[in-house]
Design a protein around this ligand. Structure first.
Ligand SMILES: C[S@@+](CC[C@H](N)C(=O)[O-])C[C@H]1O[C@@H](n2cnc3c(N)ncnc32)[C@H](O)[C@@H]1O
Length: 218
């Protein structure tokens, strides 16, 4: 019998997380995102849901030009970068530990005239929400942020704080466990799900992520 050491990179489907750079094409630009799974884990790789959300933004179903947007749990910042390239003023947020890496990806991928439209800032869900004005954002973005049950209450509180009556929340998520669906049920009690009407995005619904658009209940 031989003991074969577990090699993360060999796991099917995970190889892409071990590439030092992930390359995408959005908003007529090539975006090169640096990844570092070994140093920062989930916050330093691009998840499929981020690609789905970025592609959705690029479709133009939601007005971004001049809008104030915030990305929660941004990780490498792909979604926030694409939102800024498409004309939004974006606050790109994550936990403190992820911020330096996030900043370096944002700076590397935004041309100088767009840099002022993107701010990287700490936002740990449920904490120090006073540093964000209540209802200050038109658009709240989140890719693959529904995965830790212990954060659900804080995440919900954060969404409530950031939303005004006209805010739209766009979440791309892979539903892995029952608890993830439970979180969506919690959301539906406090926000209205908008009809999702986009045949070109069915591949995402089937293969990559469930996609939700929610608006605060009137
Ligand atoms: C699965 S990763 C998704 C990253 C990125 N949105 C993407 O899709 O590529 C989840 C992200 O949520 C962040 N996160 C986890 N718990 C958090 C918390 N309590 N407050 C803020 N961010 C959190 C992690 O740091 C990580 O960047």
């Amino acid at each position: 019998m031989a003991l074969v050491p577990y090699e993360e990179a060999a796991a099917v489907g995970l190889q892409k997380f071990h590439k030092p750079v992930a390359t995408f094409s959005f908003a007529d630009r090539t975006i090169r995102i640096r990844q570092d799974w070994r140093q920062l884990g989930v916050a330093a790789v691009v998840w499929d849901a981020a690609v789905v959300l970025a592609a959705y933004l690029e479709m133009g179903a939601v007005e971004l030009r001049g809008r104030a947007a915030v990305e929660l749990g941004a990780g490498t910042g792909l979604v926030g970068i694409v939102a800024a390239l498409l004309g939004a003023h974006v606050t790109i947020t994550d936990r403190k530990v992820a911020l330096d890496f996030l900043k370096s990806n944002v700076q590397a991928n935004l041309p100088p005239h767009i840099q002022p439209k993107a701010v990287v800032k700490e936002l740990t869900w449920g904490q120090n929400l006073g540093s964000f004005s209540s209802g200050e954002f038109d658009l709240i973005l989140g890719a693959d942020i529904i995965y830790l049950e212990e954060t659900f209450t804080d995440l919900l509180q954060t969404l409530e704080h950031l939303c005004s009556n006209h805010s739209v929340i766009l979440l791309a998520c892979r539903i892995r466990y029952e608890r993830d669906s439970n979180f969506l049920a919690m959301l539906e009690r406090q926000f209205t799900e908008l009809e999702f009407n986009s045949p070109t995005f069915e591949w995402a619904l089937d293969l990559v992520a469930h996609f939700y658009i929610k608006r605060e209940k009137w």
